[in-house]
Design a protein around this ligand. Structure first.
Ligand code: DUC
Ligand code: ZN
Ligand code: ZN
Length: 473
């Protein structure tokens, strides 16, 4: 048996922080004890095989990113991170579990699409991973398939109210899928934007010659997000399905979520760092074609409209349940460039799986959220939301030994050639200076990152069969 002893640090959980030492045996947390405790019967700092001095540092559960897209086929190309490169970057940034999306194409059985995604990921991942299932065509066969997938540990299903002709489901299909999810107790994840109306706005903008990346944001206004969010909430109310709205960027959509939650409905909001830090004016509106780097959907919102402060506030109130990345990277060269002269052809997505823990810790430093809230939204709540708890998302005996040693006095300068391990030719957060640093990362007891060195390997990460959500009211 291999033992690791982490001592001297402050263990931070979603409910509190205190000086505690952590004993790991093989892949599992064996004990969490007060410093100097003799309960374990040995001077572990002298006898453990690996000893990590965490003095002055935070000891937190490994990050759980509930929304990533490695190798996603999209917009005539494929997201540029493979399961290998993307999960390695996740490890660098202190994320030790991802939940990615298998994609059912029309005409394909959901079971077959899941098998394909298993093939893509198996033996490649640096950290543990699970899958949600995108249901691209809701029909009798795929509804039956959903039942089978739940028993295989895929307990959440994503539908799109956007992207007509690609991933889009109409209201009848949404209703049917929600009925099935409600029956199964599975979470229905929703991309909530009114795609039919957006396509009209896009066509009108292009016909006026408005072809620059900025117009991607303008043609997906907040009303489209609020309306779709409201519709999804009403359909979920009717069917009893637990509803998780992904990548919320508009404060008005969050008002809808907060109102439904206030009435006791199982509705959950997810936001992403890009919506907390980046904006329509400064990023999508960058000169020339630069703005393409930040084309994603839902889009970055106008800073002047005050969405960011409201999103932070909803994180504090708990109406934003989790912070994920929607990691979906595309290079400028040959990928984003597909939309030169027509913003609607720019593949949608931002890469960020490496930076979520740091970017959200900056929220702690800036006084926007507490230390405990940081751990809650980045680690514990996503684990609970997606049926991974208490194996993931918490430092407690019996949990997987996924642990991050975080230095609050360290510094991280985000940018290409400095802290960038994602397979992209640019960084969405180039130049961001973070008051904090991921020092050491352990996944199931194995040190993956330490003192600026990568010690992990492809294939260490395993598929995790998930249970039903533990977050339901
Ligand atoms: N939004 C993105 O930005 N990329 C992939 C799919 C999505 O919904
Ligand atoms: Zn989406
Ligand atoms: Zn997504």
């Amino acid at each position: 048996m291999s033992t690791t002893f982490i001592h001297g640090g402050i263990v931070v959980s979603a409910t509190g922080s205190q000086p505690l030492d952590v004993l790991i045996e093989d892949e599992t947390i064996a004990a969490v004890v007060r410093p100097g405790s003799t309960a374990l019967g040995a001077d572990l700092a002298a006898t453990a095989a690996t000893v990590i001095d965490a003095t002055g540092k935070y000891v937190i559960p490994g990050g759980v990113d509930g929304h990533t897209h490695m190798q996603l086929p999209f917009g005539g190309t494929e997201a540029s991170d493979t399961f290998e490169t993307g999960t390695r970057a996740a490890a660098w940034g202190g994320t030790t579990t991802i939940v990615d999306f298998a994609v059912q194409k029309p005409g394909e059985r959901v079971q077959d699409s899941l098998a394909l995604w298993h093939e893509k990921a198996a033996g490649k991942c640096a950290v543990d991973y699970g899958f949600h299932q995108i249901v691209g065509s809701v029909d009798g066969e795929s509804l039956e398939g959903m039942r089978e997938l739940v028993s295989e540990g895929v307990t959440s299903f994503k539908l799109f109210m956007a992207y007509p002709g690609v991933f889009y489901s109409d209201d009848g299909q949404i209703l049917r899928a929600m009925q099935t999810a409600g029956d199964l107790g599975a979470v229905l994840m929703m991309h909530a934007e009114n795609g039919i109306a957006i396509d009209v706005l896009v066509e009108q903008a292009l016909s006026r010659g408005e072809t620059a990346p900025y117009h991607h944001g303008v043609t997906r206004p907040w009303q489209m997000e609020e309306e779709a969010t409201h519709r999804a909430i009403m359909l979920a109310h009717l069917t009893g399905a637990p509803l998780y709205i992904v990548h919320v960027s508009a404060k008005q959509a969050l008002e809808q979520i907060a109102e439904a939650r206030g009435k006791g409905q199982n509705v959950f909001g997810e936001t992403c760092p890009q919506y907390l830090y980046l904006s329509l004016e400064e990023n999508l509106g960058a000169p020339g074609f630069e703005g393409a780097k930040w084309v994603c959907s839902t889009p970055l919102r106008a800073r002047a409209e005050g969405h960011q402060d409201e999103l932070w506030r909803y994180i504090r109130t708990g109406d934003v349940t989790t912070v994920a990345t929607d990691h979906c990277p595309f290079c400028m060269k040959d990928q984003k460039e597909l939309g030169l002269g027509d913003f609607s052809k720019i593949p949608n997505g931002i890469g960020g799986v490496e930076h979520r823990m740091d970017l959200m810790f900056q929220g702690v430093k800036d006084g926007r959220i507490s230390l405990e809230k940081w751990v809650e939204v980045c680690c514990t709540a996503p684990a609970r939301m997606f049926g991974l708890y208490p194996r993931k998302g918490v430092i407690s005996p019996g949990a997987d030994a996924d642990v991050v040693i975080y230095d609050p006095d360290g510094h991280t300068s985000i940018g290409l050639g400095r802290t960038h391990h994602m397979n992209m030719d640019h960084s969405a957060y180039e130049g961001f200076e973070i008051d904090g640093h991921v020092d050491t990362v352990l996944s199931r007891g194995r040190v993956l990152v330490d003192a600026g060195q990568y010690l992990g390997s492809a294939g260490h990460g395993r598929f995790v069969k998930r249970g039903l959500s533990q977050n339901l009211i």
